[in-house]
Write a protein that binds this ligand. Structure first.
Ligand SMILES: N[C@@H](CCC(=O)N[C@@H](CS)C(=O)NCC(=O)O)C(=O)O
Length: 430
């Protein structure tokens, strides 16, 4: 495909065609009945819309761990449901209609046959009552209760290690040991099970209770402690591998970069150990050379669809809004940033290590805007893990060709909030 644009990059229209990203009927149907997708607003699994009894209220960001638990349950049980997305406080303004429905503003909430339920455990209990348990044992069964307690112990040990400021190196060590004690207990529970999951061959509610925080532990301990959870605990790695063979989990799975930078405001701070190993992991996660090591600590699953087309398809949908955001955030020239962004997307059609031609350089002073975007791709909200990797790499490769680039990092990510990720302009484009 030849560029029909004077700046050498493909036009938005050409990019849209190449990505075949028509946000039309086919994609909408795929989202209703196909693999799990963060972008879906209705899931039918082949049922009729009139069969829908459930509405799940979850965050726009597809980040809330308690929402992920319910989301996974509905996907695993293939229950037809609607999704209504709400803004979390840390990303922007809570929707007034949601504050009227749930005055605390907390997520998730679920409407089941007209009854509104809050608190994720109460939601799981209600779903189980309505549809039967997921897996061989009920949510209140003593074996499941014990596993749920273990998850809370692991969670607390993780919080202590990750979120306590100023740990000395011996305190770091003790916190790690305590965490690993409970991680080993989970491995023992898995070893005693007859299949890859905690209660058998298929994931049960007990597994889904562990998923959200295990995923966040895996990412945050690599970034802030230089600790490779899956390598240190092979039983947990096998459990992740089994999950990563399920499209339900893959549709909800985030990545190290997203978690590493979304966790601090949510947790009230995450503290790096500062060890050489930790600094190496953090630098690599930020700079983005993937996979970070072999075997890939982020996922064992290959890309299900062409990641480049997925990435381009997702960006072109929001091209104008993104350009406006980059220009505002970096005091950049919108026309130059528009060209630079299209150039980065144009690169995605060619191998990234192909020698860049002179004509492929973006306009000067666009590197900060490209890096601003590179650092704010959110998985799975915006796209899948593999698509995010190729897009981050293309943005960086293009930024580094800015004729006046100094290699300086883009605008820093805030630590107290993430209003730089406010979904409002994307939900209600101008
Ligand atoms: N105990 C609650 C905890 C839910 C929770 O903490 N939700 C957070 C998001 S992870 C929330 O909605 N906070 C309000 C906000 O961020 O807007 C549950 O299990 O459902």
């Amino acid at each position: 495909m030849q560029s029909d644009h004077p700046d050498g990059a493909l036009s938005w229209q050409q990019l849209r065609q190449w990505a075949a990203a028509a946000e039309g009927e086919a994609l909408e149907l795929l989202r209703r009945d196909g693999p799990t997708s963060a972008q879906a607003t209705l899931r039918l699994f082949g049922a009729r819309e009139s069969d829908v009894r459930v509405t799940l209220y979850r965050d726009h960001h597809a980040w809330c761990p308690y929402c992920q638990k319910i989301w996974l349950w509905l996907e695993e049980r293939r229950i037809p449901y609607r999704i209504r997305k709400v803004t979390m406080f840390c990303y922007g303004q809570k929707e007034a209609w949601y504050s009227r429905l749930v005055p605390s503003g907390m997520l998730p909430a679920l409407d089941l046959d007209g009854r509104l339920i809050t608190e994720s455990d109460r939601i799981l209990a209600a779903l189980e009552q309505a549809y039967g348990p997921l897996g061989p044992l009920g949510f209140e069964d003593p074996t499941v209760l014990q596993l749920r307690q273990l998850e809370r112990l692991l969670f607390r040990a993780w919080c202590l290690w990750l979120c306590t400021p100023g740990l000395s190196s011996s305190e770091e060590q003790r916190a790690q040991q305590q965490f690993q004690r409970f991680a080993s207990a989970m491995e023992e529970a898995l070893a005693a099970a007859p299949g890859a999951f905690l209660l058998g061959e298929e994931p049960a509610t007990a597994d889904l209770v562990f998923v959200p925080y295990l995923e966040r532990m895996n990412a945050s301990l690599a970034y802030y402690k230089g600790f490779a959870l899956r390598q240190q605990h092979p039983g947990i790695d096998r459990w992740f591998q089994a999950l990563e063979r399920r499209s339900s989990y893959l549709g909800t799975q985030s990545d190290f970069h997203t978690h590493a930078h979304d966790l601090p405001p949510q947790m009230g701070g995450c503290y790096a150990s500062g060890s050489p190993e930790q600094q190496r992991w953090a630098a690599q996660i930020d700079a983005g050379h993937w996979p970070l090591q072999q075997p890939d600590p982020e996922t064992s699953a290959p890309a299900a669809i062409d990641p480049a087309r997925e990435a381009v398809g997702r960006v072109v949908r929001h091209g104008a809004t993104l350009v406006a955001r980059l220009a505002a955030a970096t005091a950049g020239d919108p026309a130059a940033l528009d060209a630079a962004l299209r150039l980065a997307l144009t690169r995605l059609r060619a191998p990234l290590d192909a020698a860049p031609s002179e004509a492929a350089a973006p306009p000067p002073h666009t590197a900060p805007g490209l890096r601003y975007l590179r650092d704010r791709i959110s998985v799975p909200r915006d796209m899948g893990l593999h698509a995010a990797r190729v897009l981050r790499a293309a943005l960086e490769a293009t930024a580094s060709q800015d004729p006046v680039d100094t290699g300086a990092p883009g605008p820093p990510l805030p630590l107290q909030h993430r209003r730089d990720q406010d979904p409002a302009p994307f939900v209600h484009p101008a």
